[in-house]
Every structure is written in structure tokens, then in C-alpha cells.
Design a protein around this ligand. Structure first.
Ligand SMILES: Cc1ncc(COP(=O)(O)O)c(C=O)c1O
Length: 472
């Protein structure tokens, strides 16, 4: 339907009006990448901001809408990074912008410790209803994912009176001291930052791609299930463990799905030993895998869930949602912070959840996932010695880059070369993986399929360039 120079797009319905140019156009590159204005801002960034706060691309952004990002030189990119999984509903979706605008004029900050406001309560009610399990639940709000994980650990320790926390190989839970201690990958996240928090115990995680050659997938998963009993003897006694924290699809490790039978065994062992099962859905939740929560694919119901990233449409907000009697364990005053559950973030979250919690949104996310998997599998078939694995769930997908299919030797430089090449050609992609050798895709889940096809044409060309060894 045309309204002067503004059209109302059929999909995504909730993005409301977009200019014709915005909605129909894809990549448009007007300068070399990075352009002169981007280079200038990046140079200022390098002078003013420490190099530890690293950047993955050379572009400086001016504005963004849906899956399209425009840089300060007027170049338009398709965004397959989505703010590292924060933009399930795309950039600046109308419902979120409207909610923020209205709220900003009414109340920007109050502090939930000082008094109550309805949006915090409504969001807690919504998350209590939306998360798996019919039992009574409660929710506390925080600012970042790490803060939610740390809060969940306080709650679990207060409830159980135990100290131990079990985490897994490849886990990423954040960068505060406790969550950094729970995080696995050492060099990128932990080097030079110790001492780390005590009482964190790490068990193996079943990454079927990297299983011993002699084992089938089923044998490998069965071995991991058996091995849990061994871990509870060799590493920590279950009576000492407050919480077992698992990402249903590991994020930073390179989108490694936890096998469902293994997750179900974790649930049984937690029940048997009075351990709380905590699903860290910070990256995998909010429709990212084509269902509201990744753990739903397995049928397992966790005791606590940590939620962040896409929950608030780009605003900083996180949550711990879980069994009411567990959530009530900390003493009054034990939970919270100055900005936790800020009113702007709460209304953004209510708007964002309103978009994602919709069958047509999730159906589209699954169609997008099918398209992405088809495109990636085709690339893998063309370059089997470069793309070792294509994996993930729904539209939460990576390709793992290796030196050759037989050795599976991780090839970080080639993964970096692919992401650099896509950005040069108008598509923003980023890496992931324990070995930093995966190219991961976290697009807005409502992006039009035509735009996704255009983006994956660019990814395919970048893979071809790197496979041909045309890059230094
Ligand atoms: C599974 C998981 N947990 C926790 C975090 C930490 O979240 P934040 O960066 O908001 O602290 C992340 C961030 O990537 C994550 O993917």
C-alpha cells in the first residue's frame, strides 16, 4: 500500500512505516569501506578509548532500521550481527521507539528500590508467564547479561545454602569476576585478569563436531551422559553444588547445541541431588532459535533462567526468572541495583516481547533459518575443506572454518578474512567460537527473506574469495 513516498511493508508488520528507499533497498556502497568519515571517527576512537575495548569492523554507524545499517559516509549495509544477538526485532522498530518516546516524557528513572512503577511489574508478570513451566514464578530485573547470571548465582546459593557452581567447557557467562570465572575461553576473555572466583567447577560439554573419530554421534552423547556421574565424583560432589548453569545452545563457543538427551539427564541429576538447573538463555532466547526459548526444543524445564540481549529491543535490560520459592530465598535488600529495571528499558522490553511472542514472527524466524541453512549447506558442499561444520538451531547458525575437513584444524585467520570481506561488500558479520574460527549469524529475525538472500550472496562470494586464497 503506497502512502506518498512512504510504504507500509507487508512484512515485518510491526515495523510500521518505512520509507520506500529504506524498505526496498539493500546494500548500497557509495565510498570505499571504510569511508573517510568512518576512518576519522575510528581514529578518534583509538585515541580516546582503550584497545581492550576492541572493535570488529572499521565502520562508524549513523543510523539503522530493520536489518539495514547506514554508516556516516552514507553506505548502507545488511546487518547479520544484530548487535551481537540483541536485535531480534531489528533496529529501531516502531513499537519500541514509540514506547520509549512516550515513556521518556513521563518517567526516565525512579529506582525500583525507591518505589514501584507499573512497567517493571508488568514485565515481571510477562516473563513469569512466558518462560517454561506452569509453576509459580518470580522475576528480578538487572542491566546486563553478566549481572543476571551473577544474580542467579546469589539466588541459587541463598536457596540451597551451597556454594558450588557447575559450568561447562566452552561456556560464556560474562565478564564480571564471578561470570568471567564461569566463562571458559581463557585467552580472549580472562588473560591477565585473575584471581578468579572460587567454587566454580567445569564439566565437559558434548560438542558432537569435535567428537573422537571412532565414535558415532549417539555413542558420543551417551558417553557424555555416563560421564556426568564420573564428574560428580572426580570434580565436585553433588551435595556441594548450588547450581548447574548451561547454555541450551552455546553462544560464544560457536552455536553448539546441547544434545537433548544430555540436557534431560542434567535435569534428572539436578532433581536427584537438589541442584538448581539454570538455563542461560541470554543469547539463545527471545526467538533466536525459532522458538521463544532454546531449552523448549528439549522439553526440559529449568529452575531459573537468565535473559538479556534481545529482550528489550536494544535497551540494556536483563532478568532472572524462576521458581517463586527459589527467587524468594535472598533476604529483602539482597537483590537489585540503581538502574535495574529502568522504566525505559521495561517499556522497550514489553514492546519487544509483544513482537516476538507471536506465531507469525516465529514462523518467519524459522523460514529465515531454513533459508540460511540452505545457503550455508550449499557453501559447505562447495568448500568442504574450508567450512568444516554448519550448525545451530533455527536461525541461530554458524559456519566453522577449518584448514581441512579431515583434521578439522581451526582456521581463525580465514574466518576473520571472511568477515572482513563481507563487510567490504556491504554485509556485517562477526566471528565466534572457542577457537575464534566460526562466522556466526545473528540477524534481525524479521528481516525480509529477499534481503537475507542478498546478504548470503555476499557471504558466499566472501567464502569463494577466501577459499581461492585471494586474500593475504
Ligand atoms: C550466554 C551468555 N551469557 C551471558 C552473557 C553476558 O551478557 P552481557 O554481555 O550482557 O553481560 C552473554 C553475552 O554474550 C551470553 O551470550
Amino acid at each position: 500500500m503506497m502512502v506518498s513516498s512512504v510504504i507500509v511493508v507487508e512484512w515485518p508488520p510491526y515495523c510500521g512505516t518505512m520509507s520506500e528507499e529504506e524498505s526496498l533497498a539493500g546494500i548500497e556502497l557509495r565510498t570505499e569501506i571504510p569511508g573517510p568519515k568512518s576512518r576519522e571517527i575510528v581514529a578518534r576512537r583509538e585515541a580516546a578509548i582503550p584497545s581492550g575495548a576492541a572493535r570488529l569492523t572499521q565502520i562508524a554507524v549513523d543510523h539503522a532500521r530493520g536489518a539495514l545499517v547506514t554508516d556516516v559516509d552514507g553506505n548502507r549495509f545488511i546487518d547479520l550481527a544484530g548487535g551481537i544477538g540483541v536485535l531480534a526485532v531489528g533496529h529501531t522498530p516502531t513499537a519500541v521507539v514509540d514506547a520509549l518516546t512516550e515513556q521518556a516524557a513521563k518517567l526516565i528513572h525512579m529506582c525500583a528500590i525507591v518505589s514501584s512503577y507499573e512497567s517493571y511489574v508488568a514485565l515481571a508478570e510477562r516473563l513469569n508467564a512466558l518462560t517454561p513451566g506452569d509453576h509459580p514464578k518470580k522475576t528480578v530485573l538487572m542491566n546486563s547479561g553478566a549481572e543476571a547470571v551473577e544474580t542467579a548465582m546469589n539466588i541459587a546459593r541463598a536457596h540451597t545454602g551451597r556454594q558450588g557452581i557447575v559450568v561447562f567447557d566452552g561456556a560464556y557467562h560474562g565478564r564480571t569476576n564471578l561470570t568471567m570465572s564461569m566463562t571458559s575461553k581463557f585467552n580472549l576473555f580472562k588473560k591477565g585478569f585473575g584471581p578468579f572466583a572460587p567454587e566454580v567447577y567445569r564439566f565437559p560439554f558434548p560438542n558432537v563436531y569435535r567428537r573422537p573419530e571412532s565414535m558415532t554421534e549417539d555413542q558420543y552423547v551417551a558417553w557424555h551422559i555416563e560421564n556426568l556421574a564420573h564428574c560428580f565424583t572426580a570434580i565436585v560432589d553433588p551435595s556441594h553444588v548450588a547450581a548447574l548453569v548451561v547454555e541450551p545452545v552455546q553462544g560464544e563457543a560457536g552455536f553448539v547445541p546441547a544434545p537433548h538427551a544430555w540436557l534431560r539427564r542434567l535435569r534428572e541429576l539436578c532433581d536427584q541431588h537438589g541442584i538448581l538447573l539454570v538455563a542461560d538463555e541470554i543469547q539463545s532466547g527471545m526467538g533466536r532459535t525459532g522458538r521463544m526459548w532454546a531449552i523448549e526444543h528439549s522439553g526440559v524445564v529449568p529452575d531459573l533462567m537468565t535473559i538479556a540481549k534481545s529482550v528489550a529491543g536494544g535497551m540494556p535490560l536483563s532478568a532472572v526468572t524462576g521458581r517463586a520459592e527459589v527467587m524468594d530465598a535472598p533476604h529483602p535488600g539482597g537483590l537489585g541495583g540503581t538502574y535495574s529495571g529502568n522504566p525505559l528499558a521495561c517499556v522497550a522490553a514489553l514492546a519487544s516481547i509483544g513482537i516476538v511472542d507471536d506465531d507469525s514472527f516465529l514462523a518467519h524466524a524459522n523460514d529465515l533459518g531454513d533459508l540460511m541453512r540452505r545457503r550455508l549447506e550449499k557453501m559447505k558442499a562447495s568448500y568442504p575443506d574450508l567450512i568444516g561444520d554448519v550448525r545451530g538451531v533455527g536461525p541461530m547458525l554458524v559456519m566453522e572454518i577449518v584448514h581441512d575437513a579431515a583434521s578439522k584444524r581451526p582456521w581463525m585467520e580465514a574466518a576473520s578474512a571472511i568477515t572482513a570481506e563481507t563487510v567490504q561488500n556491504g554485509v556485517i558479520t562477526i566471528r565466534a567460537g572457542l577457537y575464534s574460527n566460526c562466522v556466526r549469524f545473528l540477524p534481525p529475525l524479521d528481516m525480509p527473506l529477499e534481503l537475507a538472500d542478498e546478504a548470503f550472496d555476499v557471504v558466499e562470494k566472501a567464502v569463494a574469495v577466501v577459499a581461492a586464497g585471494d586474500r593475504g
